[in-house]
Design a protein around this ligand. Structure first.
Ligand code: SF4
Length: 321
């Protein structure tokens, strides 16, 4: 079941500066040898990075590259994507699932043309304000597109960090998203975010898989979960969840708890997303549930901020039922 553990305000004491350095060196060395050589990772092309991130949302990696190739061949630039008609967009996206992503990608391109001088914005908050762009996609655009620092967190990264830093066997269910975020930002090597994020994602896809390959793991001597797996721990399948886990009710409750916990009654919406969502799929759910809570009068959103109740009236307590 999902974690009931409070998000830590600080990292484990065992994550010393020396250990951070060893983890960085170990993972970057592994990545230099094993990371996948996708064209968007080295191109410093924010549009390519955006398309790659959107294509990879809720999609197996083996299907991402063909889809990315098809999209960038049909729409080589942001302007081409912005000018595309709906039928063409959906034809290019055909078979990839979740076609709302394709329309959101076109809308993002249109906004960039209209509001950002024809290019993607570089600032994190501005990226997050674009349709279909969550914390993961924003970080991918930052690191691969602009060469800036930004920690990209997908389901593979959640698994690696939850085990490595916190010793959780099944991090998607056990490790709070805020804890994962803290660890990701601490470990990110300044100035090397592209290579780091690529290595983290690939490590979770190739080595620290659901049934981890600890015997060949380059990070085993630094991993908090290694002894548990050596003693026979098994990650239970994520699908063995109760009806409440992952339900709208669960997400509404989490959002309301997060809003209630703020002393000044408001929080940056981007912080809310980062604290609650493990990945892009969950970020989309948090956005949708927050919108619904606003429509029902339980919460408000304005200019990148969110809060409880109506903005004028202040906190209201009735939204969790
Ligand atoms: S030792 Fe095992 S659990 Fe820990 S990071 Fe390596 S593969 Fe994952």
């Amino acid at each position: 079941m999902p974690s009931t553990r409070a998000a830590p305000s600080s990292l484990p004491a065992s994550l010393t500066a020396a250990r951070v350095g060893r983890i960085r060196r170990g993972l970057l060395a592994w990545g230099a040898e094993h990371s996948s050589d996708f064209p968007w990772r080295d191109a410093r092309n924010p549009y390519w990075a955006l398309v790659a991130a959107v294509c990879s949302q809720q999609t197996q990696m083996s299907r991402v590259f063909p889809l990315w190739e098809r999209w960038t061949a049909a729409f080589p630039t942001l302007a081409d994507a912005a000018a595309a008609d709906t039928a063409t967009v959906l034809r290019v996206w055909a078979g990839a699932g979740y076609p709302k992503r394709a329309l959101a990608l076109r809308e993002t391109a249109q906004r960039c043309i209209a509001q950002h001088g024809g290019g993607l914005p570089r600032e994190y908050e501005a990226l997050l304000a674009l349709p279909g762009v969550g914390p993961f996609t924003a970080a991918i655009v930052q690191c691969f597109g602009f060469g800036d620092d930004g920690a990209a967190i997908d389901t593979n990264v959640v698994r690696v960090l939850g085990r490595l830093v916190y010793g959780d066997v099944q991090p998607a269910l056990e490790t709070p998203a805020a804890a994962i975020r803290v660890a990701a930002e601490r470990l990110l090597p300044p100035g090397d975010a592209g290579a780091w994020n690529a290595a983290m994602m690939d490590y979770g896809a190739q080595v620290c898989v659901p049934k981890p390959k600890c015997d060949v793991c380059a990070l085993a001597s630094m991993c908090e979960a290694r002894s548990k797996f050596a003693a026979g721990a098994l990650a239970t399948p994520v699908r063995a969840q109760s009806k409440y886990d992952g339900s709208n009710r669960m997400w509404r409750g989490r959002i309301m708890r997060a809003l209630r916990g703020r002393d000044d009654g408001r929080v940056r919406t981007s912080t809310l997303l980062r604290d609650l969502a493990h990945d892009e799929g969950e970020a989309a759910t948090v956005r949708a549930m927050l919108r619904a809570l606003c429509d029902e009068g339980f919460a408000w959103q304005r200019a990148g901020w969110s809060g409880l109740g109506s903005e004028d009236v202040g906190a209201a307590e009735s939204g969790t039922r």
